[in-house]
Design a protein around this ligand. Structure first.
Ligand SMILES: Nc1ncnc2c1ncn2[C@@H]1O[C@H](COP(=O)(O)OP(=O)(O)O)[C@@H](O)[C@H]1O
Ligand SMILES: N[C@@H](CCOP(=O)(O)O)C(=O)O
Length: 291
């Protein structure tokens, strides 16, 4: 079987709603494929009991259909679904890279981004590319209508995942329809700062660019303990904290030397709020890899 490791990703990063994304060094899904007459999917790993194996309902199945590449697909989930860590995107990106190779389709990673986004459309209702782009290309990505831009960055991160389920579909319903112009101005400034910080590999600039007054406050309300966890991470040295993707994951940018303390502070704060959680000490990393 051909094996691909496909990373978790964090979309939005606060100021870049539906545009920014970053590949995480860990966790990751492992996708295995072999040619077959028709597509079948077998799921194991974190939260796999909540993921349909029916190819018509699984993001990897949507990708097999889009590539006209029927296969026996086995997915070992390292990225729990409904996490805000691009779980559905990891499987879609992994399947896209694996099936492209298996069937010798010859598509570049950039060309595979819209293919993998077909999988995202299946579960979130929209083919947004902000998770599948970094899952395929790695680094920090800017997914706009004009195409995807990639920046090679390696910012240390802590992602804390509470034992709460928030589906992307539900979290998109709370996004406000309108925004005050001063909030838009602030967000544009933050997004520019974050992008510059990625180019410079500067955790301070990236962290302060993660503030967002438009989408994040509405989503934070879906996460018990969010304000306390954010405060605790900042007090422990995080340079910026926001909701990861659509949540409930919470992501902190930081310097490497502060990572362990921040992870502990976030875990404790969730615990104080009566919520179990786990923390990943990670960084911005590579896209999916063929093994
Ligand atoms: N291969 C897959 N991996 C993860 N989730 C999948 C997959 N295929 C379908 N899904 C469904 O997608 C939803 C999770 O996606 P989403 O809400 O976007 O979470 P996340 O933020 O973790 O990507 C769940 O309803 C899950 O059953
Ligand atoms: N831009 C999307 C990203 C969703 O990411 P996920 O990891 O929660 O699937 C959004 O914010 O809705």
């Amino acid at each position: 079987m051909l094996t691909v490791r496909a990373p978790a990703t964090s979309a939005n990063l606060g100021s870049g709603f539906d545009v920014f994304g970053a590949a995480l060094e860990r966790p990751a899904d492992v996708v295995r494929v072999e040619r077959a007459e028709e597509t079948t999917i077998e799921m194991t790993g974190a939260g796999s009991e909540f993921i349909p194996e029916d190819p018509e309902k699984n993001t990897a199945g949507a990708v097999a259909e889009a590539l006209d590449a029927p296969a026996r697909i086995k997915i070992d989930k390292g990225v729990r679904p409904a996490s805000g860590l691009g779980s559905s995107a990891a499987s879609a990106a992994g399947a896209a890279l694996a099936l492209n190779e298996l069937y010798d389709r010859g598509l570049s990673r950039s060309e595979l981004v819209p293919v993998a986004a077909e999988g995202e459309a299946l579960v979130s209702g929209e083919a947004h590319e902000d998770n599948v782009a970094p899952a395929l290309l790695g680094g920090f990505t800017i997914a706009a209508d004009e195409g995807v831009t990639r920046v090679d960055a390696s910012i240390p991160l802590v992602v804390c995942l509470p034992d709460i389920v928030v589906s992307t579909r539900d979290a998109r319903r709370v996004v406000p329809d309108t925004a005050a112009v001063e909030d838009v101005v602030d967000t544009v400034g933050r997004a520019a700062r974050l992008t510059t910080g990625m180019h410079r590999n500067d955790p301070e600039m990236v962290g302060s660019g993660m503030e967002d007054r438009i989408v994040t406050p509405a989503r934070a309300e879906l996460i018990d303990g969010y304000d306390e966890v954010r405060e605790a991470a900042l007090a422990a040295g995080a340079t910026g904290v926001t909701v990861s993707g659509a949540g409930p994951g919470v992501i902190a940018a930081c310097y490497e030397s502060d990572r362990r303390e921040i992870a502990g502070a976030m875990l404790d704060a969730f615990d104080d709020a009566g919520v179990e959680s786990r923390a990943y000490q990670t960084r911005i990393g590579d896209g999916a890899t063929i093994h």
